[in-house]
Ligand binder design. Structure first.
Ligand code: NI
Length: 190
């Protein structure tokens, strides 16, 4: 099932998410639906709050970025109850976008390398390091679990310049080819 994407201004995007326990109802189906939703909207990452579920889970699929780095071709993972343990390396800008903030892309500065622990869909535990594009995407998605959006990281002048555009998004002033939910919970079709 393809979920509609909750957009900027919806309170669920600002909530700190809750831990998922092993007997979370229909977890496998939820993960499958998350991947289906991300494919449908051509995303490379998607976090639960973006589909209106305030739980600690996000997915990453970089297969569409295979031309940038062949290593990204087969990267398709779910991160459950993740915890970023360390962020190191140079802080560099990278152009980011978000399915919940359609039409806006901005450079966001983040550390280049992270260490993250998480569980997969079968509740196997992992403790891994990531750098490059994967480190970027993971930090962006991880932020969603704490109610943080990439625009929060921008300098205050930039934020002021974007304010009208962001308010416009929460009022439905955007054009995307995936289903969305605006603040107030109206589902908008494609
Ligand atoms: Ni996002």
């Amino acid at each position: 099932m393809v979920f509609p994407i909750y957009v900027y201004g919806h309170p669920v995007l600002r909530k700190v998410t809750g831990i998922i326990d092993k007997d979370y109802k229909d977890l496998k189906q939820f993960i499958a639906d998350m991947f289906e939703t991300m494919d449908d909207s051509d995303g490379i990452g998607l976090a639960s709050p973006q589909v209106g579920k305030s739980v600690r889970l996000f997915i990453v699929d970089t297969s569409t970025l295979k031309d940038e780095d062949p290593l990204l071709k087969d990267f398709k993972k779910v991160f459950i109850n993740p915890s970023i343990i360390e962020r190191i390396g140079e802080i560099t800008p990278f152009n980011e976008g978000c399915l919940s903030i359609p039409g806006i892309r901005e450079d966001v500065s983040r550390e280049s390398k992270i260490r993250i622990s998480y569980y997969d869909g079968d509740f196997n535990f992992y403790d891994e390091w990531y750098d490059g594009i994967l480190s970027r995407i993971i930090q962006h998605e991880y932020d969603h679990l704490d109610g943080i959006l990439f625009t929060d990281h921008l300098a205050s002048l930039k934020k002021r310049l974007l304010k009208n555009k962001l308010n416009g998004i929460s009022k439905g002033k955007f054009d995307v080819d995936y289903k969305t939910v605006l603040p107030g919970k109206r589902v908008r079709s494609k």
